[in-house]
Design a protein around this ligand. Structure first.
Ligand SMILES: [Zn+2]
Length: 383
């Protein structure tokens, strides 16, 4: 399969040329869009180019390269619009805060510089690199059409689109599973079928998040304009911090899975799709400031696992923190904050680890699905 990803890189030194280029580009796109819309049906890129080229070149002073891109992109957009059966013919508006570039023709990139075609010729911009982004410059990824995006905070980002062919791994032996419990105490706890476990603490992150939380509370109670601004600022800071942490932790988790020869990673379905009753909704899934971070961590695990041929499977999270793994007794009383003690058989363990063990257990049921698809032989499923 072909795996694609978008890598977001901050442009360190956006200048007037870049700002003007984006403005004129969207002016050009909207000018061309108006023309196609008025015709009431899609037209070919070539035909559109003949109509808009003089305006783009002479009035907007765009380079010939871009003056060819614009009609091609706009014509393509309307063609796609027409194909969508339920969508009415309508004018497509292009935002001035986003601009698409094709690789080589309009941009080239390396680890710290992106060279972009602007109204003033090709210009080099420094990009601020995050650690996780380095891997996409190792030569194994193909670059595709990418975007410059102006974020609401006024910063410019390069959304680099990369792709690579991943060999489909044939699953012939799925006997080792791993359950991942995500939570506030430990960011993640992993437990495998053969009872190997690992705790991913995330270092200082818990303290930091608590600090952010109390800051948010204080600011929210103030409600002034400057408090609101500050709130926005710290939430952006927290998002970037969590994103980096989640990248690191997901990488460690998948590394652990590879070492233990895991075929399927089980995660809790936190989207609530599997909820049968609301009362079962755990704290984790209630919409709060943590839920997006949990989901992001899971998505990163899913993606990184896919790259190395490990399947991820989402299970119903009900009672995973309350079920005794020795006697299967389910009770709220089994759990007391961070510790777990079964009220029936007295089995005791770390509560997060119990969660991971139960998720692993539920994930094992997935082998029946794999078996029905002919992925497993009967002897391998007696785990
Ligand atoms: Zn028990």
């Amino acid at each position: 399969m072909f795996l694609t990803k978008t890598v977001i890189l901050k442009i360190a030194n956006p200048d007037n040329d870049l700002v003007e280029t984006m403005k004129k580009y969207s002016d050009g796109m909207n000018y061309a869009s108006e023309i196609v819309f008025d015709k009431g049906k899609p037209i070919s890129a070539m035909k559109l180019q003949q109509e808009v080229y003089p305006y783009l070149r002479e009035t907007l002073k765009l380079k010939s390269q871009m003056s060819c891109n614009i009609p091609r992109q706009v014509a393509g957009c309307y063609k796609t619009l027409k194909k969508q059966k339920k969508v009415k013919w309508q004018k497509v508006e292009f935002s001035p805060s986003s601009m698409t570039f094709s690789y080589k023709r309009d941009f080239v990139i390396d680890e710290d510089t992106v060279k972009i075609t602007t109204i003033n010729g090709r210009k080099a911009y420094s990009i601020l690199n995050y650690d996780y982004a380095k891997q996409y410059f190792d030569g194994s990824w193909k670059y595709q059409a990418s975007k410059v995006v102006k974020q609401r905070d006024g910063n410019y980002y390069f959304h680099l689109c990369v792709g690579k062919e991943i060999p489909d791994k044939e699953l012939t032996d799925a006997s080792t599973f791993m359950g991942i419990d995500v939570g506030m105490n430990y960011l993640a706890v992993a437990s495998t079928t053969d009872r190997k476990c690992s705790f991913f603490a995330g270092g200082e992150i818990k303290n930091l998040r608590n600090q952010y939380k109390s800051m948010r509370k204080r600011l929210q109670s103030k409600g002034t304009l400057s408090a609101k601004r500050m709130l926005k600022y710290i939430s952006g800071k927290e998002k970037r911090l969590m994103r980096d942490v989640n990248h690191t932790i997901s990488k460690e988790i998948v590394k652990f899975a590879i070492e233990k020869g895991i075929s399927v990673i089980g995660l809790e379905d936190l989207t609530g799709i599997r909820d049968s009753t609301l009362s079962k909704v755990s704290k984790k899934r209630r919409h709060n400031h943590s839920s997006w971070a949990f989901r992001q961590l899971q998505t990163f695990i899913e993606y990184k696992a896919k790259e190395v041929g490990i399947i991820t499977h989402y299970v119903d999270p009900s009672y995973t923190s309350q079920t005794c793994i020795r006697c299967n007794h389910i009770s709220k009383n089994n759990r007391n904050r961070l510790s777990f003690r079964c009220e029936k058989c007295d089995y005791a363990n770390n509560a997060d680890l119990i969660g991971a063990m139960n998720i692993e257990h539920k994930t094992r049921d997935y082998r029946y699905i794999l078996k029905s698809q002919g992925c497993l032989s009967a002897t391998q499923t007696n785990a």
